[in-house]
Design a protein around this ligand. Structure first.
Ligand code: OSB
Ligand code: MG
Length: 374
């Protein structure tokens, strides 16, 4: 397909509630969107980098630079036919997975539209509806947290994930578990613990957590495997997994028993499918993570979750949990049974509210193909 132009936008979108993890608080998202214009159609992609380089080394600003200076020009010069052509086009740029994913996913988005098939189908999806969980941040008090858990369970969500860190763990799990003995409960440390916390982490076993997500370093496999040998609770890796090889290493070393797949973290749909396939072939369950996405990234997460191996509830939840007004129409909604129904429409299945996008845009740069190839 001929690429006519690539438009980057930064949108400022305030979250309905601040979201706190072990590495910081997010109140206002700086969302980077890319539009790829080709032969009268537009594909949209979202870069899931954070405002600051805390979850990964990328940020909204680094991704903007890398897309404008490197990846955008490479893509326009190549005229890819498929989203799956992108990893090869971007190969000479190391890292920067979230920047790459924004563009690659826009090409898949465009391709689904051009072919007139649902994006989920183009990806090879099989599920018609996906089970949903919620990720609940670190709150200012346990009663406040309990009120949120109660509300999310009443809304139908099938799994509760609690962000944790030293000082916000045992007592929190105890109170939630005592009140709801039967629910699927998990925690996510975002690398807040160290080897000296091993006994402490082993004590999490008493709460029957379905998994502990990324307890140790963001770039580690070996020490997670040491920890996993002592834990009953399965470890799930998030930050450590950037590609299929990482997944294979983690599975072979038994660093984890479950894998969280995030489109941005692995560089886009192609690698996400490769990680999914590697896990599925080895009997490792996967689920789709979230990065506080706007509707574009959320729609892509919904489509990805339709693949066969996504059997555990993901962090893909309703637009209304995050935003007063999401930028897609319809918004992503969750049924009373805690499921999202995969849209059966051509493309991503959620229209972009372009006038709202325009209003939220604080920075915009359009790169025209002629300028790109010159
Ligand atoms: O580790 O899964 C994570 C949000 C920002 C950065 C990292 C993570 C998260 C979440 C939120 O847990 C998931 C969501 O609801 O989008
Ligand atoms: Mg995580």
């Amino acid at each position: 397909m001929r690429i006519d132009a690539i438009t980057l936008r930064e949108l400022h979108m305030p979250l309905l509630r601040p979201f706190q993890t072990s590495f910081g608080v997010t109140r206002n998202r700086r969302i980077l969107l890319v539009e790829v214009h080709s032969e009268g159609l537009t594909g949209w992609g979202e870069c899931t980098a954070g405002e600051r380089p805390f979850f990964s080394g990328e940020s909204t600003d680094t991704a903007w630079q890398v897309i404008v200076n490197e990846l955008g020009p490479m893509l326009a010069a190549e005229s890819p036919e498929h989203g799956g052509d992108c990893p090869k086009i971007f190969r000479s740029v190391r890292g920067n997975q979230m920047a790459k994913a924004a563009l690659e996913n826009a090409i898949w988005d465009l391709e689904a539209l051009r072919e007139g098939v649902p994006l989920a189908q183009l990806l090879g999806g099989v599920h018609e509806a996906i089970p949903c969980g919620v990720s609940i941040g670190i709150e200012s008090s346990i009663p406040e947290l309990l009120a949120i858990v109660e509300r999310e369970l009443a809304a139908g969500y099938q799994r509760i994930k609690l962000k944790c860190k030293p000082g916000w763990d045992i007592e929190v799990f105890e109170r939630v578990r005592n009140r709801w003995p039967q629910i699927m409960l998990t925690c996510d440390a975002n690398s807040a613990y160290r080897l000296r916390d091993e006994d402490h982490l082993v004590s999490f076993d008493q709460f029957d957590l379905a998994m502990i997500e990324q307890p140790l370093w963001h770039d580690d496999f070996y020490f997670h495997s040491v920890l996993q040998r002592r834990l009953e609770t399965p470890i799930c890796l998030d930050e450590s997994i950037h590609n299929r090889r990482d997944a294979l290493a983690a599975i072979e070393m038994e660093s984890c028993k479950i894998i969280n797949i995030k489109l941005g973290r692995v560089g886009g749909f192609s690698e996400a499918i490769a990680v999914h396939n590697a896990a599925l072939e080895r009997g490792i369950p996967v689920w789709c993570g979230g990065m506080l996405e706007s509707g574009i990234g959320r729609a892509h997460n919904v489509a990805l979750s339709s693949l066969q191996g996504f059997t555990m509830p993901g962090d893909v939840s309703a637009s209304a949990r995050y935003w007063a007004d999401d930028i897609i129409e319809p918004e992503v909604t969750v049924t009373a049974q805690g499921e999202i129904v995969i849209p059966d429409l051509p493309g991503r299945g959620y229209d972009v509210r372009t006038s709202l996008v325009e209003r939220l845009t604080v920075r915009k740069e359009t790169i025209r193909a002629m300028a790109l190839v010159a």
